[in-house]
Design a protein around this ligand. Structure first.
Ligand SMILES: NC(=O)c1ccc[n+]([C@@H]2O[C@H](COP(=O)([O-])OP(=O)(O)OC[C@H]3O[C@@H](n4cnc5c(N)ncnc54)[C@H](OP(=O)(O)O)[C@@H]3O)[C@@H](O)[C@H]2O)c1
Length: 235
């Protein structure tokens, strides 16, 4: 079961119908703690547990904020973006971690020094390459997204013993409507040529990596940042 959510139920439903398998569309505003609480309760009422959380929500592109340098920006602009891209992820992690810990205690029949641990869960935080490399412009976004990398690492350190794994996906240029609609044709071409692969990535390529990470194949790796940008930023 995949639960698709955004602030707009219509948008969630439209996205859910494009996925294979069983889906459910729900509404949540991750800037609002009580909305997150209601959302998590709605999920648990139906399914009793949560195995995977993907923190994908991001503040919509706003040229007025994006094109400012650090000395030109305001606290309010920084807060708007951090509220969604960092605090939003944080709120969902805080809500979901105890549920994943419960998965672990339900399954755990004694820790195993060599080998796997059942239960727990997987958290994937969606970040961005400027969080690693820095960038001219868009500093609130880069700062918020770098917080996600640290959030992932702290989850890995604190919750591995509960069988919970966490990863950050640092994305480069991914051809989503939100990104393509906010730039000119010239910028689209320049961005593609700036990458060693000479192209943009597809959302499905990000989804495939997320699905692989959530799979047991990655059972002995956690806290990692995986860069998905056609080879531009190498760590
Ligand atoms: N596309 C790229 O090139 C690229 C590159 C690097 C990183 N990323 C990251 O990848 C993620 C997806 O990006 P995208 O290109 O697919 O952009 P997008 O279409 O704008 O996706 C962002 C999503 O976040 C949701 N959202 C925003 N505020 C929210 C809130 N307060 N509560 C709940 N949901 C909220 C939006 O839904 P509603 O407006 O319906 O609530 C929207 O579905 C973002 O985190 C973005 O920063 C993308």
């Amino acid at each position: 079961m995949v639960i698709v959510c955004s602030r707009n139920l219509g948008q969630s439903k439209a996205a859910a119908t494009r996925l294979k398998g069983t889906t459910l569309a729900l509404e949540v505003d991750i800037t609002d703690g009580s909305s997150v609480e209601t959302f998590i309760k709605a999920v648990l009422n139906r399914y009793q547990k949560i195995d995977i959380l993907i923190n994908n929500a991001g503040y919509a592109y706003d040229a007025k904020i994006w094109n400012k340098q650090i000395h030109e920006g305001s606290d309010e602009e920084l807060e708007k973006i951090i509220e969604v891209d960092l605090f939003g992820s944080m709120r969902l992690c805080r809500a979901v971690l105890p549920i994943m810990m419960q998965n672990s205690s339900n399954m755990n029949h004694g820790s195993n020094i060599i080998g796997g641990r059942e239960g727990g869960g997987v958290i994937i935080n969606i970040s961005s390459t400027p969080a690693i490399s820095g960038r001219v412009g868009g500093f609130p976004y880069s700062i918020a997204k770098s917080g996600n990398i640290t959030l992932t690492k702290c989850i890995a350190k604190e919750y591995s013993r509960f069988g919970i794994r966490a990863y950050t996906l640092a994305l480069g240029n991914i051809a989503t409507p939100a990104t393509l609609d906010s730039v000119t044709e010239q910028i689209i071409i320049k961005a593609a040529l700036g990458s060693p692969m000479k192209r943009w990535g597809k959302a499905s390529e990000v989804a495939s990596i997320a699905a692989s990470l959530a799979d047991d194949n990655f059972s002995y790796a956690t806290g990692n940042t995986i860069v998905i940008d056609g080879g531009t930023v190498l760590i």
